[in-house]
Ligand binder design. Structure first.
Ligand code: ADP
Ligand code: MG
Length: 696
């Protein structure tokens, strides 16, 4: 690949030594080019040089003054020191005051020029919040116009960064332009060099934001191009068997369903059909809350495989979930096609029989757990896999299932998830998957009434409310605090809480306990007791997050709710209000905590996922998944989501015409993509990870 020599002005070192050079390195700053990409996060407006005499009491402002003399004295009422300096500008004198910063006295000398930010409190008293000294020729840089405020670090001040930026200013002219002219004109984007100049040295407020926006767009475009190119390479490599959409099985099945598909389900089914008819394997993520009707869509896809004489498998993360899927699928199939369950607890004889029918192709549909990926499981012609709760499976497990397809072919893959993924993440870390969302619930479930409460009185009222519900024949979950460090501790706490409730609040009721440390038959017994209505209260750890469906349960109590994440709380809450009786969720915790305030106010899971992202920031949310969003210099997510959407659209358009970015007008763009986002190509087959390239 041809590579342009980088112009020398951008390669030039910053000329720092010793500690400031080290400090600059912590900010990733070694060259003039680096510095030009280190943008200020704001500017101080010094265009109207304020004069001391013009300030009204309480008004915050920045003034440039000369120091006359400095004294330091104990504060009168409190212990501490105040430093006082008599200062003056052209409009007159003032007394500048620093509280509890005795060192300031040593840093100020009579005759020094200083810039003070603060407020006039009483006549002539200026209380200082921030200050800098400036001398000589550079003074204007720190005191006039829009003064850049750079992200600084210990050992390298904003002031030094400002001076370095001034010195680097000329380098802007050497900055190459990676964006094709057509794109820049269409989106009315300034040139890269102009944008860098505008971000560092704006002359008007709007200039800075326009400049930052241009740079952020470019950065997101490079990211989307990197993702898009890789998506295409992967896609081409995943050869599948195109499924002819005959309809001889699917049509009658659809006609016999006891309900009409919702509009969203119909769209989802059409998208799936389009994917399945293609030469390359489907990679689709179907997201929708519990009860949104994902299973019908999945079954539609599975039947397409069966229709063409092939096989389909659904893999779920737990036995309980696999059993539930089997029950739902069985009901929806109405005996049309045989289906079987394979888990770790399938008895050996049954298992042998199943495997035989699977290998002969007689059995076309299989549901199961990890047991599906074990070596003895052989399909005759596996064409489609459905994976539930995709994030609970590792890449290796997904690949192991995919490897069950005939030699040289990749099965179509449909992921199901009840955790909605905000658009920002969909367009970044999930860049490899196409997505379909089911937002409405076909049953039109009522939102669960949610209260966040604390204190003994509220707790007593909550238990009272639960007893009322039980008296009406309803049931209740009590979810014990999450203990991240130890499942054993969590189990112990749940056991203690169950004992307490049995002896106090629910003395007259039937109570069951379930936690992760119980042997599986005891777990199953407790779940069965609750599901059948022979227990009124189920005390549980977060294990109930997954897969329990008791429509008669109407109340959920969550202890120490602040220990749970927003999406977990939403998932837990989804366990109640599934029947005709509505639902109540009582969270013990601080109602002022933003996360808890959000869950109380919002019932839409997609909206909550977005709030979660806003509260935690993209990096944090991604950190909890297997993938990493590369560090961004100019863009901030999810705040710049609108730019991200635009960048994706442009990336797709560019790659559509020139998949490898080989055209002359795309050469610099391609180099910028490669330089900025080095892609780990074949290491991670799920392709969710991008890494930062080393600088330069
Ligand atoms: P999910 O897998 O998304 O949690 P399911 O597919 O299990 O949801 O559907 C939840 C319930 O809603 C099931 O009982 C299913 O039969 C029913 N259902 C699905 N689609 C519809 C629809 N279009 N109209 C009415 N009921 C539906
Ligand atoms: Mg389901």
């Amino acid at each position: 690949m041809r590579s342009l020599p980088r112009p020398s002005r951008l390669e030039a070192p910053l000329g720092l030594k010793g500690r400031s050079a080290e400090a600059a390195a912590t900010l990733g700053l070694a060259t003039v080019g680096d510095l030009l990409e280190h943008l200020p996060d704001r500017h101080l407006d010094r265009r109207e040089g304020r004069q001391l005499a013009s300030l009204s009491p309480g008004e915050e402002a920045t003034v440039g003054v000369v120091v006359k003399d400095v004294t330091s004295r104990p504060m009168r009422r409190r212990s501490g020191v105040r430093v006082e300096a008599r200062v003056a500008d052209d409009s007159g004198p003032a007394l500048a005051i620093w509280f509890n910063q005795p060192w300031v006295a040593r840093q100020l000398a009579p005759g020094a020029n200083v810039l003070l930010r603060g407020a006039v409190k009483q006549r002539n008293e200026f209380h200082v919040r921030e200050w800098e000294s400036f001398e000589g020729a550079d003074a204007a840089v720190h005191t006039q116009g829009l003064v850049a405020m750079y992200p600084a670090a210990h050992g390298i001040s904003k002031r030094l960064l400002r001076e370095l930026a001034q010195r680097a200013r000329e380098g802007v002219r050497d900055v190459p332009e990676p964006l094709p002219a057509g794109l820049r004109v269409a989106e009315r984007l300034p040139e890269r060099s102009a944008a860098l100049a505008g971000a560092h040295f704006p002359t008007a407020d709007a200039e800075f934001e326009a400049a930052r926006r241009r740079l952020a767009f470019e950065e997101l475009l490079l990211l989307e191009l990197a993702l898009g190119r890789r998506r295409r390479v992967r896609h081409a490599a995943r050869r599948a068997t195109p499924l002819e959409l005959g309809g001889e099985l699917v049509e009658p099945w659809r006609a016999r369903l006891p309900f009409e598909l919702t509009g969203e389900q119909r769209l989802a089914v059409e998208e799936v059909d389009r994917d399945l008819a293609g030469e390359h394997a489907m990679q689709r993520l179907l997201m929708g809350e519990v009860g949104s009707g994902k299973t019908v869509v999945a079954l539609h896809a599975m039947l397409r495989a069966v229709e063409t004489g092939r096989q389909a498998a659904l893999m779920a993360p737990t036995e309980t979930l696999a059993e539930q899927h089997l029950a739902t699928l069985d009901r929806l199939l109405g005996g049309l096609v045989p289906i079987a369950l394979l888990t770790g607890s399938t008895p050996a004889a049954r298992r042998r029989e199943l495997l035989g029918r699977l290998e002969s192709g007689e059995l076309a549909l299989l549901v199961g757990t990890h047991a599906l990926i074990e070596a003895p499981v052989r399909f005759r012609d596996l064409a489609l896999t459905v994976i539930d709760e995709e994030h609970r499976f590792g890449v290796r497990q997904r690949d192991a299932l995919a490897a069950k397809a005939p030699e040289g072919r990749t099965p179509h893959l449909l992921h199901l998830t009840a955790t909605p993924i905000p658009r920002t993440l969909e367009l970044t870390s999930y860049g490899d998957l196409e997505t379909t969302a089911l937002r409405e619930l076909p049953s039109g479930r009522r939102p669960v009434e949610t209260h966040v409460v604390s204190g003994e009185r509220a707790r007593a009222r909550a238990y009272e409310r639960i007893r009322e519900e039980i008296a009406r024949g309803r049931q209740c979950f009590v979810v014990c605090p999450l203990v991240e460090e130890s499942e054993a501790l969590q189990a112990r706490a749940a056991t203690v809480e169950a004992e307490r409730l049995r002896e106090t609040e629910f003395r007259d009721h039937r109570l069951a306990l379930v936690h992760g440390q119980l042997p599986s038959h005891e777990k199953a017994t407790a779940m069965r007791e609750f599901a059948s209505g022979s227990a009124d209260v189920l005390v549980a750890t977060s294990v109930i997050e997954v897969g329990i469906d008791v429509p008669n349960a109407t109340v959920m109590v969550i202890e120490e709710a602040e220990r749970y994440g927003l999406s977990q709380l939403h998932q837990l809450r989804g366990r109640v209000g599934r029947g005709a009786h509505g639902g109540v969720c009582i969270l013990f915790g601080d109602a002022k905590l933003p996360r808890l305030a959000a869950i109380a106010a919002e019932s839409d899971g997609f909206r909550l996922a977005e709030i979660d992202l806003e509260l935690r920031g993209a990096g944090e949310v991604l950190g909890t998944r297997q993938s990493g969003l590369p560090r961004l210099k100019f863009a901030t997510l999810p705040e710049d989501e609108e730019l991200l959407v635009l960048a994706r659209a442009w990336a797709e358009r560019l790659l559509e015409d020139d998949e490898r970015l080989e055209a002359a007008e795309h050469v610099l763009l391609r180099e910028a993509v490669d330089a900025r986002f080095a892609v780990e190509s074949e290491e991670r087959p799920d392709g969710l990870e991008l890494v930062d390239s080393p600088s330069g």
